[in-house]
Design a protein around this ligand. Structure first.
Ligand code: UDP
Ligand code: MG
Length: 339
């Protein structure tokens, strides 16, 4: 008699893809590949590593081409320029052929040694294995507290809650990856999209180490942009906020106006009051601008979506017999068409 776990394994194939977006990570790659290889040896299943070179200019691409030509299970998707991590992740997912796909960073902040645990949870039936950070080493209190505040706010605003302290490090089954690829939007806030798909998930906690080598590619303006993207892509609450603030300001302004009229009728004209008038006008003007700004943010998003631009352009794919090097591939979620 076959057990439930064996049955699930029979239904699910046996290829694992590890998707790693890289942007100027030449320094950390040798250690990354060495540690991945050790893990792969323990795994006992077929593995492909899909690197997405997000327009690096420090020899990352050349190093990986070399690795692929030395019969390592490496495939390299090179994008035509730097498109950002979210787009690079989408590219990696659309090229991954595995029955399960692990997404991780190259800088070893997502320890590859945890992959066997993730795979075994998948083999026991989970569709998503989320890696939750117990601690974050090497990150200052400012980054930690802003990250906490952001996740808290997003939890409150969004209908598909995004688990606290989980990044992109996770394992997904084939059907989850296929579902993600079907989502057509171009504003890709991956953490939000991952949460939107849902499916049975398991959480594994881990201690997040410091970056093994090289520098972080994120800076505060970049993080604020990502956070704003996350909020406006996954919630229309800011629009409602504009309405509420506007309504409150208009009510207060109107009441104040009525009171002034009544006062003038009873006590006669009064010359003073000019400063308060200016105060009211500026306050209301500010509220209106706030409202318009927030609406504009969403209109802008709609505009970007309506252009239907591809998320990224692929320069070439190395280690894939189907695509010749140097060929430009126009890639979109859900399918790739050569240009
Ligand atoms: N990354 C990328 N494109 C970018 C920025 C970053 O592909 O434009 C990759 C980077 O190479 C790394 C991962 O995204 O593998 C996470 O970046 P990083 O470690 O710099 O971010 P942090 O861990 O500091 O949030
Ligand atoms: Mg990192």
């Amino acid at each position: 008699m076959i057990s439930r776990v064996d049955h699930i394994n029979k239904m699910r194939g046996n290829l694992l893809s590890i998707v790693i977006p890289v942007f100027n990570e030449r320094e950390v790659l040798p250690e990354c590949l060495a540690r991945l290889q050790q893990v792969i040896r323990q795994l006992g299943m077929a593995v492909e590593i899909v690197f997405v070179d997000d327009g690096s200019c420090d020899g990352t691409g050349e190093y990986l081409i070399d690795a692929a030509s030395h019969h390592q299970p490496v495939r390299l998707v090179r994008l035509s320029r730097n498109f950002g991590k979210e787009a690079a992740l989408s590219a990696g997912l659309s090229y991954a052929r595995g029955d399960a796909v692990v997404v991780m960073d190259a800088d070893l902040q997502d320890p590859p040694e945890l992959i066997p645990d993730m795979v075994s949870k998948w083999q026991q039936g989970a569709d998503v294995v989320l890696m939750q950070r117990r601690t974050r080493q090497g990150e200052g209190w400012l980054k930690r507290s802003t990250a906490y505040g952001f996740y808290w706010l997003l939890q409150k605003l969004s209908r598909s809650p995004i688990p606290v302290n989980t990044g992109d490090f996770r394992l997904m089954s084939r059907r989850v990856v296929d579902a993600l690829m079907e989502l057509p939007e171009r504003n890709r806030f991956m953490k939000g999209l991952f949460a939107w798909v849902g499916m049975p998930s398991v959480v594994i906690e881990y201690d997040r180490p410091e970056r093994a080598a090289g520098d972080t590619k994120w800076n505060y303006p970049g993080l604020v942009r990502l956070a704003w993207e996350g909020i406006t892509s996954f919630s229309t609450a800011p629009l409602r906020l504009a309405t509420i603030v506007g309504l409150a300001a208009a009510t207060i302004g109107g009441a104040y106006g009525l009171w002034i009229v009544a006062k003038t009728l009873v006590l006669g004209t009064s010359t003073p009051g000019f400063p308060s008038l200016i105060a009211v006008v500026t306050f209301l003007g500010g509220c209106q601008l706030l409202g318009i700004g927030i609406v504009g943010e969403y209109v802008g998003k709609t505009y970007l979506e309506s252009k239907q631009r591809p998320l990224y352009l692929v320069r070439d794919v190395i280690g894939d017999p189907g695509v010749a090097a140097g060929e430009l591939v126009r890639a979109m979620p859900g399918g790739n068409a050569r240009v």
